[in-house]
Design a protein around this ligand. Sequence first.
Ligand code: GAL
Length: 444
Amino acid sequence: MRRIVFGFVFALAVCVALVACEQKRVAVGEKAPAPQSPPADPGSSASPESAKENLVIFSWWTAGGEADGLAELIRLFEAKYPNTAVENAAVAGGAGTNAKAVLKTRMLGGDAPGTFQVHGGSELIDGWVKTGYMAPLDDLFESRIPRDKFPAQLLDMVTHEGSIYSVPSNVHRGNVLWFNKKVFDDAGLSPPGTLEEMIGVSKILKARGITPLALGSRNKWETLHLFEGLLLAAAGPDGYRDLFAGKTPFDSAAVKEALKRLAALMEFVNADHSALTWDQACGLVQEGKAAMTVMGDWAKGYFLAQGWTAGVDYGAVPAPGTVGQFIVVTDTFGLPKKAPNPEATRNLLEIIGSIDGQVAFNVKKGSIPARTDAPMDAFDAIARQTMADFAKDTLVPSAAHGSAVREAFVIALNDELSVFLQSKNVAATAKALMAAAKDAGISE
Ligand code: GAL
């Protein structure tokens, strides 16, 4: 009898503990097991949440403009594939400052997202394709995305050994100088075309109590972004390419000249630059506290998100000394070999590569479509000019945005330039860059 009573009490205790446990789990926000749902009606698009498969899209698009572009892609996808729930796994920090490290942890730790933002060129090919993490997409480009609608130069940036590994969502121009029209008009100034002109207008603006050039160097890449435009102007497109190909050493005259120009510009930059991000620097221009900023045309997405009108409130010209040259920044999306739902990823990639996807996304993002056949009527005049320039200018890949050169050297460039902003020591920085190029295997 005692044994029976003990058994009963024990069983009761276990039951109570289990119920308490379950309540606690729900209370802390964990999902309770989903109730058994009836099989989905194949004809109906509304399916219970529990029946949905999950698709993770990973990026660093969280700032004004870029987040809106991403939301458009997700909106188009969810409208077409209601049975797949998209998880926006964006990690804040311009140019992937934080996202790239998180992505590495996920990919190497067997937790690959469905797809992720990656720049065409070295970042994709050296970083993820040659290392064996990505699946080729040739079949997708044969059946669902028209390969011949993408410019050859872009496809080259996402191709390895004859296979395509990602779908370009956009083309950003890196070398753009943005200016506040009212500030320029009030001072009776025209936007500068050369560095000399830029120094000239900067002196006048400074005398008027306005910060001439807004910079947010908080995450370091923003300084490299400014510098690579100066480097392109000093070295020319061939010289620029030769540097990153290891054919010209980093202590060459063009690099030193570009460093001197950077030091000269820093006289006209906001004092708090190391505390600001790229979008905060754009904010200074928008508020009229600063007159200009050099940034890729995701800045246009930011301005749009703030209600600013292209050509009315602000204008854009190529960064000083780079007319006829185009620094290409292309965001692309591929299929990790370990993506949990490859078919869902392919569906999203098809949307990214579609005309509807390219238009909806790029209008908000500030970039131009990667496809040459996308109608441009929804785009502003600056975007149309960028489209025309992309077709005729000399194209070079961005280093700051991972296309021109391997990540190890991009990190070294970021670090050395950040030291340079303090030291302004041209010779020491050139020497350090040369050593870093050797370490990164760029040059001998
Ligand atoms: C770039 C990226 C752009 C934009 C920018 C700022 O690297 O290509 O799409 O997002 O960073 O975050």
